[in-house]
Write a protein that binds this ligand. Structure first.
Ligand code: IPM
Ligand code: MG
Length: 363
């Protein structure tokens, strides 16, 4: 019998719709190849959700995401919605989805394709062969902690407040994910915190250390976040799996992305709930939206992660990576990874090239 999966497509704003469109081409090829039925349901979120319904995460969109086996998200946000009241901003949709779907673990691999070694701003010997995985806690920490907000004080001046909170349960479960994924890699985990200053992360360090006892074959080390930011550009290959808090993971994964040449290359998987959400780590890039310049590869690679983590199919991830690698080896580049002597292509051309490669040499 044909397996049937529901996929919610949430293209969002800016370059989101352009990159999701390319990822759908890839989804359709794999659907045919594996003889699956992928029911794709497209709904608005972010600024697009706000325009359609007055709310960045419309009920209908949240329901579609909840009912799907997997969610493919483009990006949210843009200058048009920056002045809206906080609760109506596009970013709230993303945070709302993460917490409603209970996606507490965000996996952000930063792996360099050999053809892109020259696209990195770092020296060849520093980044060549790089393959790290940032495991970012996604539904806790300062992103969600209470109290939060902006209050007016008695003297009329204002005070902004956010709170960094982690419970033992939240730390334990993200640590377990990190140890589990490390078991399939080089069995090394670096836990990143600021335990010398922040009590919440002193607890983080203690609980991660304790949880490691359940995984005796995994080696655990700890590093302060400032040092980690420095080490990532000094000698990134010392890392394999990095597990860290929501905000540190946000920052360090952007930094890690540049080691691979462009933020336009990095996929992500958010897991831990009943289904999973897959998205490029880049934003909506309003400055290039609608111009066909966006790099769709991060979203295309996210489709590979979707098959692995939500649709129980290991192989497509490798097929997609191989197809992307081959297209890059042939010299095709979107503007963000363009370098001398290469062939510049636009968003949909890049999608077609990867799709063509999959179909001809793919499986
Ligand atoms: C990311 C983004 C989001 C985050 C924003 C858009 C809310 O930067 O996914 O890394 O901070 O988590
Ligand atoms: Mg970010």
């Amino acid at each position: 019998m044909k397996e049937n999966f529901k996929i919610a497509l949430l293209p969002g704003d800016g370059i989101g719709p352009e990159v999701v469109r390319e990822a759908v081409k890839i989804l359709k090829i794999i659907e045919a190849k594996l003889n699956l039925t992928l029911e794709m349901d497209q709904v608005p979120v972010g600024g697009a959700g706000y325009e359609a319904t007055g709310h960045p995460l419309p009920d209908e969109s949240l329901t579609a995401a909840k009912n799907a086996n997997a969610v493919l998200l483009g990006a949210v946000g843009g200058p048009k919605w920056e002045k809206l009241e906080f609760s109506l901003r596009p970013e709230r949709a993303l945070l709302g989805l993460r917490s409603s779907l209970k996606l507490y673990a965000n996996l952000r691999p930063a792996k360099i394709f050999p053809a892109l070694v020259e696209a990195s701003t770092l020296k060849r010997e520093v980044v060549e062969g790089l393959d790290i995985l940032v495991v970012r806690e996604l539904t806790g920490g300062i992103y969600f902690g209470e109290p939060r907000g902006i209050e007016t004080l008695a003297d009329g001046t204002r005070k902004g407040v956010n709170t960094l909170v982690y419970t033992e349960m939240e730390i334990e479960r993200i640590a377990r994910i990190a140890f589990q994924v490390a078991g399939q890699r080089s069995k090394k985990v670096m836990s990143v915190d600021k335990a010398n200053v922040l009590e919440a992360t002193e607890l983080w360090r203690e609980v991660v250390t304790r949880t490691q006892k359940e995984f005796p074959d995994i080696e655990l080390q700890h590093m302060y976040v400032d040092n980690c930011a420095m080490q990532l550009v000094r000698d990134p290959k010392q890392f394999d799996v990095i597990v860290t808090t929501n905000m540190f993971g946000d920052i360090l994964s952007d930094e890690a992305s540049m080691l691979t040449g462009s933020i336009g290359m990095l996929p992500s998987a958010s897991v831990g709930g009943e289904n999973g959400m897959y998205e490029p780590i880049h934003g909506s890039a309003p400055d290039i939206a609608g111009q066909g310049k966006a790099n769709p590869l991060a979203t295309i690679l996210s489709v590979g992660m979707m098959f692995k983590y939500s649709l129980n199919e290991e192989e497509p991830g490798q097929w997609i990576e191989d197809a992307v690698e081959s297209v890059l080896n042939q010299g095709y580049r979107t503007p963000d990874i363009m370098s001398k002597g290469m062939k510049e292509v636009g968003t949909s051309e890049m999608g077609d090239l990867v799709a063509g490669e999959l179909e001809t040499n793919g499986f």
